[in-house]
Design a protein around this ligand. Structure first.
Ligand code: GLY
Ligand code: MN
Ligand code: MN
Length: 466
């Protein structure tokens, strides 16, 4: 009996579920990520491939998983090498891998090119992730050529190649208990980091110190590492004042000034899982009237999106709920002039809100911060409708968006970004606000796992006074 017939770990259970989808004549090849050079003699920190890690829990570079339709799992990994291990660190090695990872057999990665053709022989379908690893297609071609060279001896060469991302993306979209547990822990660490950055900002300003965006970034990193996180899940955004209106701004050196807002979009990665939180707060702990008015509008729009996030709803529902609240608020606060743009329905129809809210309200979250998984409902891919975008004039093809199911995890992250302009009330100039939480879809609603950091204006002010 294959080891993977008796799943003893979440990874073995996932391999068994995937194997059942490969077909009896199917075999899957999953490489981990490549190591990348940053500059001379210096690599980027290694980050495993998410699909590979999902199926193995193995974080070393230079490794491949081969899984067949019967559930038999073969790992190729770096061989033990005392001299290299003195320089680069411990390697598990193929001898220990079956016992530790529950795979059926393991070999040195140096044997990949000789063993793979034999493993592919007499299979019908080769599965591998398409368009994810540069050069993978040509390596598969090379192995298949070797199989073909043996057809005279009676070997059959697989006739089909299929994209492994399809079944794996669907599996990863619904998080299992092990994943949810890790994501909750990642969210807790990130929430603590945001609290720390907020409190540091107020404390340093109260003490009359020169506060820079990088000071707050340092607080985030400190708390991430203190919690055991391996990396930030993405480049942290720490944007003081008008910088918050630059959507992909990175923590830089701009001064953090009393009276301005700071937008921090940062989350840690813990054991392969991302968290993704944005908070916007007054640098010195007190919102001005106009800041608070815009903040409360974004918060109300987020509350509407949260209420729309539940099993059975569509992925687009939270976005539509957000836009409705923001559009009305933009009219009420005078960001948009009803004489020019018409009613709230016109604002939505003509996308007049887009000038101040130009991104979507969320994305799947998981091993990757923008996680995999189709945003279209699989049973309705054929139901295409067309509409003309009122801003670009482009014809957009729409398909019914994904129906939410328990165990899906998505972000809910409305915002408003007001660049200085003559036709916009001056009091709102250069204010950028986003509020982002991570939500686990449940039968009846959603669980916000990032609320370890407060979100209400009063609560943020109280926290920053503390
Ligand atoms: N931090 C990336 C995002 O919010 O989508
Ligand atoms: Mn996000
Ligand atoms: Mn974010």
């Amino acid at each position: 009996m294959s080891r993977s017939d008796t799943p003893s770990s979440p990874y073995a259970a996932r391999r068994a579920r995937l194997a059942a989808q490969l077909g009896t004549g199917g075999i899957a090849i999953v490489p981990t990520a490549s190591e990348r050079q940053r500059n001379r003699d210096n690599d980027f920190p290694f980050r495993h491939d998410s699909y590979f890690y999902y199926l193995t829990g193995f974080a070393e570079p230079n490794a491949w998983l081969v899984l067949d339709g019967s559930g038999r799992a073969t790992l190729f990994c770096a061989p033990k090498d005392l001299e290299r291990e003195i320089w680069d660190g411990y390697r598990l090695g193929p001898e220990a891998a079956p016992g530790v990872l529950g795979v059926d057999e393991a070999f040195s990665v140096a044997e990949l090119d000789t063993r793979l053709p034999r493993l592919l022989e007499n299979r019908e379908t080769v599965w591998f992730p398409f368009a994810t690893h540069a050069g993978l297609e040509s390596r598969v071609d090379g192995w298949l050529q070797k199989v073909r060279a043996r057809v005279r001896f009676g070997a059959l060469c697989p006739e089909q190649q299929r994209d492994l991302c399809g079944p794996l993306d669907e599996m990863r979209l619904i998080k299992d208990a092990h994943e949810l547990d890790t994501m909750r822990r990642a969210a807790d660490i990130s929430a603590r980091a945001h609290v720390r950055a907020m409190q540091t900002s107020a404390r340093m300003l109260r003490a009359g110190q020169d506060v820079r965006e990088y000071h707050l970034d340092a607080e985030l990193l400190h708390e991430f590492r203190l919690g055991g996180s391996q990396f930030p899940a993405y480049g942290s955004i720490v944007a003081a004042g008008a910088n918050a209106c630059v959507l992909h701004y990175r923590a830089d050196a701009a001064p953090v000034r009393a009276g301005e807002l700071v937008l921090i979009d940062a989350g840690c990665e813990l054991d392969g899982y991302a968290s993704d939180i944005t908070r916007t707060f007054p640098a010195d702990g007190r919102f001005s009237g106009p800041q608070r008015a815009l903040y409360d509008l974004v918060l109300a729009s987020q509350e509407a999106a949260v209420a729309a996030t539940k099993a059975g709803a569509r992925f687009n529902d939270p976005h539509d709920a957000t836009v409705k609240v923001l559009a009305q608020g933009m009219l009420d606060l005078g960001l948009l002039d009803a004489n020019k743009v018409g009613s709230v329905d016109d604002v939505i129809e003509q996308r007049a809100y887009f000038r101040f809210y130009m991104h979507r309200t969320g994305h799947w979250l998981g091993m990757d911060v923008h996680d995999c998984g189709s945003y279209v409902e699989p049973s309705q891919v054929g139901e295409v409708s067309e509409r003309k975008d009122p801003l670009s004039g482009e014809i957009i093809k729409n398909r019914p968006s994904r129906i939410l199911q328990p165990g899906m995890v998505l972000t809910i992250e409305p915002g408003i970004y007001v660049r200085a302009a003559d036709d916009v009330p001056k009091q709102f100039h250069d204010i950028g606000i986003r509020i982002e939480d991570d939500a686990v879809v449940t039968e009846t609603g959603c669980e916000l796992i990032t609320r370890g950091v407060p979100v209400r204006g009063d609560e943020i002010e109280a926290l920053m006074r503390a």
